[in-house]
Write a protein that binds this ligand. Structure first.
Ligand code: CTP
Ligand code: MG
Length: 172
């Protein structure tokens, strides 16, 4: 896949990952409950509203993108939406699992963790959506490598912007 195709393909996941920063709520997914290690299961940064908003907005983005032929070329309109939903859903599952791992490793909410913050959501989204895009979109290993690099770079850029315009307290 070329760079534009790859970027558009993963855009629903990016949108799903960013939406909770603006649309996140109060009630945490773990309801404030601690795990066996007496640390929070996911932490206060993972809210129910943020999760739902991320999946919804990511799917809406995919639905709008579905009108463009450069978005998942050769895939039917309905499948584009279906794949977008699972990319968005996978993103939020990955994001939540990432926080679970961070808490187990004793990393506080908002504290940076290179791999879990920036790439975990991408890997999980690609895995969870794969049954729906396999056979329709030809994602090669090199594409995944490019996605990893692209996500890493864009994540740093976007979080710095979000920090600069005071959407986020920390620049990561
Ligand atoms: N957010 C949310 N619900 C989610 C995910 C994110 O409300 N399911 C919001 C929270 O306000 C969160 C912000 O988006 O603080 C940024 O998300 P993220 O960087 O993923 O969370 P952190 O606060 O850094 O927490 P963690 O250390 O667990 O990653
Ligand atoms: Mg964070």
């Amino acid at each position: 896949m070329d760079l534009l195709e790859l970027f558009l393909f993963i855009l629903p996941a990016y949108v799903a990952n960013g939406a909770p920063v603006i649309l996140g709520g109060k009630t945490p997914i773990d309801f404030g409950i601690n795990f066996f290690d007496k640390k929070r299961i996911f932490g206060s940064g993972k809210t129910i509203r943020g999760f739902i908003a991320g999946v919804a907005v990511g799917t809406i983005a995919g639905t709008l993108l579905a009108y463009f032929p450069q978005f998942m070329p050769g895939v039917s309109f309905n499948d584009k939406i279906l794949i977008s939903f699972f990319l968005a859903f996978g993103t939020l599952i990955g994001d939540t699992l990432g926080s679970f791992i961070k808490r187990r490793r004793g990393i506080e909410r908002g504290e940076e963790s290179l791999f879990t913050d920036k790439l975990w959501f991408l890997i999980i989204a690609l895995i969870i959506a794969s049954p729906f895009y396999n056979g329709k979109i030809n994602l090669q290993l090199i594409d995944v490598v490019i996605l990893v690099i692209m996500t890493f770079v864009l994540h740093i850029a976007f979080n710095r912007i979000a920090h600069a315009i005071k959407l986020k307290k920390v620049p990561w």
